[in-house]
Design a protein. Structure first.
Length: 606
């Protein structure tokens, strides 16, 4: 569930539910999707959240794909653990684990807009932990937090049963001494709170230090009766403690838990010396996209200006499509049908016009719409080459080539009714070598996106809704393209088409048996072009939204205009203005305008 879907759903539904109910709904929904065949691929397609290779690190002889993890506070029922592995986390914490059935803890509540947790932690029984871990494919390290109230015999059983399934143990200082006599084959982390640091000037006992791989520092808390929430200064407090611990115990890894609501706060803790970060309620406030935004902020810090790579052939591929669109537009405004069309029909343009002038107008509207769609696609391909592939962005390469391959396959729809347009075939052959070389040069585009995300400000909140509008726009265009392609190779016409032409398919077929195949090949070609452009809009919207990415806003703003102008303008040009026929296009225009308006401040701000 990316931010563009999470935040609207949160406002409309989740905020009206109790925290426990909304948590169960979200976690179980995501876990169900992740468990379905193709579910993991769907999550990756929608979010593109895999951590970049540059952020991989080794801590305590364990490899982490990302320094960002999720605290056990967020999933005490282990109901979302399968899905969390797909959301960009480098590790997960579970617990606190107890041997027997847990006590009845109060679930989290919302008070004055603040997420509150009970002092009685929600515990995880060993049986549930083992059943969940044994049934899942583990792809990230798992930290098991041991409940601080377990006895020494219970601790021995917990460690014995959990060791095959977890990668590290987290325990309170009270329990650490019990591990002196406990043979360990997993890293051990001592846990203490920032409040303990300030109250007791917390230090490690010398005999315990050799046992430890690192320590986990939880954010300071503000208590209110039976509940608590993170203190307002949690991030600054944690950064100060991390700096002190790194000086006094440089050999230990430091993990912070909480105190991160924005990418900037995560960066502050990393600069202070934190090796790993566990997200808590900041993950709820900022949304599931927070790990991805932190990754992009860290990448920006490491390399703000990526190196330029080969991109010229990708640029020329887009330019060829752009020029092809203008050529098609010229023919649609002038002769409409070409000599080889007339030869196939056995009719001249004048003779066809004499039989029914609306047939030529109808063919013109399909060809104008195709031309406008090609121009829009060419603009988007050029922009992806100039601003994405040029700087080695892997997501831009995937978007570029996925749409291009779908566009190439669309040529087979042209012959759905037995008519092959040789000019389309020639254009396909011209494009093929350009695409081949663009594919070769794009192989090196493996870079991760980077952006200077700072706060969860108003511009970012509006941009989430704007991104949702563009995602819906992309999906709608793809679906529209599939529908038009299907119609083009089956029924060819919809009811409003026949009302405009004032003839039935049987009458057209009786007039000329080759007329419907010519019309069908235009419809199918237009539909396949729409699918390709819809995929471009969709993938740019899903993967390209980042603060200050002006080119994304410019590409969507300029790139969609030719298709809209041609799609709507051609209908008014030929007098085919049936409202129900144009209604889908009007809806797309509304999504387009809303998306541009809501995302303007976020994308256009330098």
């Amino acid at each position: 569930m990316p931010d563009w879907s999470y935040h609207p759903l949160k406002r409309l539904l989740l905020d009206a539910l109790t925290p426990a109910t909304s948590r169960a709904f979200i976690h179980k929904s995501m876990n169900t999707i992740a468990s379905l065949p193709g579910g993991r691929s769907l999550i990756q397609f929608l979010g593109h959240m895999n951590p970049p290779q540059s952020l991989h690190k080794v801590v305590g002889e364990r490899s982490f794909s990302s320094p960002i993890g999720l605290s056990s506070l967020m999933d005490s029922k282990l109901s979302g653990i399968k899905a969390f592995q797909e959301l960009g986390f480098g590790f997960l914490e579970i617990g606190p684990i107890v041997l027997h059935e847990p006590h009845n803890a109060n679930p989290p509540i919302i008070e004055n807009g603040q997420l509150m947790f009970s002092h009685q932690h929600e515990q995880v029984p060993l049986k549930l932990a083992l059943r969940t871990l044994a049934s899942m494919e583990q792809r990230v390290p798992i930290f098991a937090r041991i409940d601080k109230h377990v006895t020494k015999p219970e601790l021995e059983l917990l460690v014995q049963h959990l060791t095959p399934y977890v990668d590290a143990f987290v325990a309170s200082p009270i329990l650490i001494s019990s591990f002196i006599e406990q043979p360990l084959v997993r890293p051990l982390y001592a846990s203490f709170s920032a409040d303990e640091w300030h109250l007791k000037n917390w230090t490690l006992e010398p005999e315990l230090t050799p046992l430890l791989t690192g320590i986990v520092i939880t954010a300071p808390r503000h208590s209110m009766d039976e509940y608590w929430h993170e203190a307002d200064n949690a991030n600054e407090c944690l950064a100060s403690i991390v700096s002190h611990v790194k000086v006094s115990h440089p050999q230990l890894a430091v993990v912070t838990s909480g105190g991160v609501n924005t990418p900037e706060q995560a960066l502050r803790l990393m600069h202070a010396g934190a090796d790993l970060l566990l997200l808590t309620d900041g993950y709820v406030k900022a949304g599931p996209g927070l790990p991805k935004r932190i990754h992009e902020r860290l990448c920006f810090e490491d390399e703000p200006h990526p190196a330029v790579q080969k991109w010229r052939w990708s640029f020329w591929f887009g330019m060829f499509i752009l020029m092809g669109g203008f050529i098609a537009l010229y023919f649609a405004f002038t002769s409409i049908i070409l000599p080889y069309d007339e030869a196939f029909l056995g009719l001249t343009r004048a003779e066809l016009h004499q039989l029914n002038p609306r047939i030529l107008a109808f063919m013109s509207h399909d060809r104008m719409a195709l031309a406008g769609t090609m121009i829009s696609g060419g603009i988007l391909y050029v922009q992806l080459a100039r601003h994405g592939i040029r700087y080695g962005m892997h997501w831009a390469k995937v978007a570029f080539h996925s749409a291009a391959i779908i566009g190439f396959l669309g040529i087979f729809l042209f012959i759905g009714y037995g008519y092959f347009d040789w000019l389309h075939g020639l254009f396909w052959l011209i494009l093929l070598p350009a695409y081949y070389f663009s594919y070769i040069e794009g192989k090196k585009a493996q870079g991760a996106p980077r952006a200077k995300h700072d706060d969860n400000d108003k511009a970012w909140q509006l941009a989430n809704i704007g991104q949702l509008m563009f995602v819906l726009l992309g999906f709608a265009i793809v679906i529209g393209g599939i529908v038009i392609s299907t119609i083009g190779v089956t029924h060819v016409f919809v009811t409003t088409d026949l009302l405009y032409i004032c003839m039935s398919p049987e009458m057209l077929d009786e007039m000329n048996r080759n007329l419907i195949p010519v019309i069908a090949h235009d419809r199918a070609g237009f539909g396949s072009a729409l699918i390709s452009v819809g995929l471009l809009v969709l993938m740019i919207s899903l993967w390209g939204f980042r603060k200050g990415e002006r080119w994304v806003w410019n590409s969507l703003a300029v790139g969609a205009l030719p298709a809209f102008i041609a799609g709507i303008g051609t209908h008014f040009y030929i007098g085919y203005t049936t409202f129900i026929h144009l209604l889908p296009v009007y809806v797309l225009v509304v999504l387009y305008v809303l998306g541009l308006a809501l995302s303007y401040s976020y994308l256009k701000k330098r």
